[in-house]
Write a protein that binds this ligand. Sequence first.
Ligand SMILES: [Zn+2]
Ligand SMILES: [Zn+2]
Length: 213
Amino acid sequence: MGREVTDNGLILRILPLGIYQVNSYLLICKDTKEAVLVDPGEAAAEILKAGAGFSIKFILITHGHFDHVQALSQVKKTLKIPVAAHPLDQSRIPVPIDYPLAEGDNLSFGKLKGRVFHTPGHTPGSICLLVNKTLIAGDTLFPGGPGKTGSPDAFQQIVRGIEEKIYTLTDDTVVYPGHGQETTIGQSRKEYKVFCQKTHPKPVCGDVLWLSP
Ligand SMILES: [Zn+2]
Ligand SMILES: [Zn+2]
């Protein structure tokens, strides 16, 4: 079920599930079969089926929007594993956070290491996770633009995180968002340059596209 890609020792299983088509991800260490489950948004049974045969060490929540955590209680109850997320999104997450995440944290599973970026704006506790050249971006960055923001301040905040943290990654890093298809850092950075060259007479927020007029 879902689609599988590999990135060195990492197997990434992409599971677009439910009516919101949230991308749940399984990050699997090829050698040890240890894994991390990201955003069990919906369809607990399908997620559990996809994860069978792997030793899932913890569940990572990119942010606390309900469409990303609807299957969380069920999956946690079945697998009895800890939940990792940024504490600023705890109020939106239906179970207690066992591993509170912060900017720069390292997470390991099997022979792989992940690095956490705190990229607030879409929600205060939004995070991204980098493993090898795979960036799990949650709703922070999509092909064509950032995630939805509720105010010009939040937009400034999400852009700052993208510019100062995400765009420091190499062009060939692949960005896997919370919904829809992937993009690359190189492609995204190019689009963002166009956005920066335009003048924006009014403060922007909401669903912003780098290339929209
Ligand atoms: Zn969201
Ligand atoms: Zn979402």
